[in-house]
Write a protein that binds this ligand. Structure first.
Ligand SMILES: C[S@@+](CC[C@H](N)C(=O)[O-])C[C@H]1O[C@@H](n2cnc3c(N)ncnc32)[C@H](O)[C@@H]1O
Length: 197
């Protein structure tokens, strides 16, 4: 089936939308990296009509994103583009924010590095990068549900796994970002965002 659904989206979309309402700019384009099924893109574009939403993912995921967009018929939801974090080159030159949900623990670390490098290149000063997902913190033990999730991820792909917040934050800082928020959200996930200095 072309139009796919991920059950996690229904449980996290409103939590993420609340964060995005607070931290995204009043106008401009948001680049979503790792749009997956396309459900988030359709939902956020509908509820944030003042922003233009640019979904991206690997080529194989674009048909589902297109199918969600076709049903949504929203003027501010752009056709999806290919953005592979393990390849060179981003398909857009300049946006006001980058959003990446549940993808930092999926891509190999090189891809995480390229996420922040790419965001550092296309965001202007004041631009925001937001990530959502599970993170490990040096100052506290990882939640047992996330330990289990990390084992499951690594069994599937040894290059993936729950990332260390401190390593991701250092990467963000190296690319010109300053931590602007880090909040717990349900089921042991985090909403984290940085602003370009
Ligand atoms: C767990 S899914 C999350 C999808 C969506 N953001 C969500 O929350 O439902 C991880 C996403 O990362 C994408 N992905 C995997 N490798 C990638 C890469 N090298 N570059 C960009 N996206 C990638 C997958 O295609 C998938 O859509």
């Amino acid at each position: 089936m072309v139009k796919r659904t991920a059950s996690s989206v229904d449980t996290n979309k409103d939590v993420i939308l609340a964060a995005l309402r607070m931290l995204l700019p009043r106008e401009g384009t948001v680049l979503e990296v790792g749009s997956g099924t396309g459900q988030h893109a359709a939902y956020f574009a509908k509820h944030l009509p003042h922003l233009s939403w640019q979904p991206t993912d690997l080529e194989e995921n674009l048909p589902s994103i297109r199918a969600w967009a076709a049903d949504a018929t929203l003027p501010n939801l752009r056709p999806p583009l290919v953005l592979d974090l393990l390849q060179d080159g981003w398909p857009v030159g300049s946006v006001q924010a980058v959003v990446c949900i549940n993808t930092v623990h999926i891509v190999a670390w090189t891809g995480v590095e390229r996420l922040f490098e790419g965001a550092g290149q296309i965001l202007p000063p004041g631009g925001v990068i937001y990530v959502y997902g599970a993170y490990r913190y040096a100052m506290r033990p990882l939640e047992s549900s996330n330990e289990e999730f990390d084992r499951w991820l690594k069994a599937r792909d040894p290059a993936s796994g729950v990332r260390d917040f401190e390593a991701v934050n250092a990467l963000a800082e190296r690319n010109g970002f300053v931590l602007a928020g880090d909040e717990p959200v349900p089921v042991n996930n985090r909403s984290i965002w940085w602003v370009k200095s």
